[in-house]
Design a protein around this ligand. Sequence first.
Ligand code: SAM
Length: 471
Amino acid sequence: MYNPKSLKAEEFISDEEINETLEYAEKNKNNLSLVDEILKKATQRKGLNHREASLLLACDDKDKVKQMYDLAEQIKKDFYGNRIVMFAPLYLSNYCVNGCLYCPYHLKNKNIPRKKLTQEEIEKEVIALQDMGHKRLAIESGEDPVNNPIEYILESIKTIYSIKHKNGAIRRVNVNIAATTVENYKKLKEAGIGTYILFQETYDKKAYEYLHPTGPKHDYAYHTEAMDRAMEGGIDDVGIGVLFGLDKYKYEFAGLLMHAEHLEAVHGVGPHTISVPRVKPADDIDPNDFDNSLSDEMFYKITALIRISVPYTGMIISTRETPEVREKIIRLGVSQISGGSRTSVGGYAESERPHDTEQFDVSDNRTLDEVVNWLITAGYIPSFCTACYRQGRTGDRFMSLCKSGQIQNCCHPNALMTLKEYLIDYASDDTRKIGEALIEKEIDNITNESLRPKVRDELKKIETGTRDLYF
Ligand code: SAM
């Protein structure tokens, strides 16, 4: 029944295979020589399959767990250096016809005002985001074919890309909207989106149907097969994720990796990103209603094991997490974070953070400049780079550059150049000072020596007013 190449949800996310995997992991979790063998395989940096990774997740031998963390940190450094890509979510509309039990936008919630941004309001939001320094957005919307049809989403993307305020520009729009048709994915591709993101929420079909009792999202197969339709529609960078805290994390972890294996088996390219959101309090939502919450410690272990299992896949963490948790999981594997986020519809154009239409409580309330300052102080390079997809480095092209290690020749200089733009155009005095020192230090760390003078030239051009330079 289990078949990673099948296009049927229940065959590539086979419940039977997940249960057998969990049994296998439980049975072998104290078999330390097998754990060693898997860890040894992981050091080759070619990834692990869902069975191997699930066994490591089940193993709680202290020394072995430490080895997992150390290896994750090392792989993170080898593949992503000290760069952290920055983005912000932009909520377009909270109209929604679904009944998701964990989301305050569900149809029956009459406590919250419903709001959908007009194109003029989107312009205001985008100007506010550009004035913070953002270059990359993830647009978010509820599912409502009448209020938020695909035409509305497409028009909004066009508006976002068209706005050029001072030196600002949104150069990459990722899209997190409900599962849709191949035709609509084609339209999103034509509109020039970056990654199409859709969280599975839970891979367990029964739990999925319970948590999505009404609306189009109730259809487990349609939702689970969405990434195949997206790829058929020409979108080759897709982002998957689980809403941790809804169902059993070991089951979800195996399902997530099986989904990645399926995409690789069918389309020749795995997911571009994996997100690790955890369920948060919101208007009429209490995470304690779901009895599968995930401890911080287990959250760290899952992050580390995703890093080890799919070394080439970017990992995303949002402001659902506190600065302390973010600090820790950035080290273990996360490569992209949001900063200065507002999760309400129209939140950026307001001077005070509005709460009435928030999708969830934000746990990191710092401004983008504070987050950038914090990253630099901790030795990271905040990157506003959007070059890859604009240079056609997407899907399997991106993955093969990653696998050969060549991607570093682009990512590292691009991170420095986009940080330079940020420092000149948007940073506070202190952030500018420590950022300039970091850039100076990092130029010497560019591995390809012949690139160093070229990067210095480009940085000079940025100082004299040129923008949007990249390799
Ligand atoms: N409506 C689209 C969909 O169904 O996929 C767009 C996604 S929604 C705006 C973004 C994500 O927020 C959801 O996929 C869900 O995982 C997450 N989310 C919803 N309620 C949440 C909560 N209370 N805490 C944390 N994340 C939540």
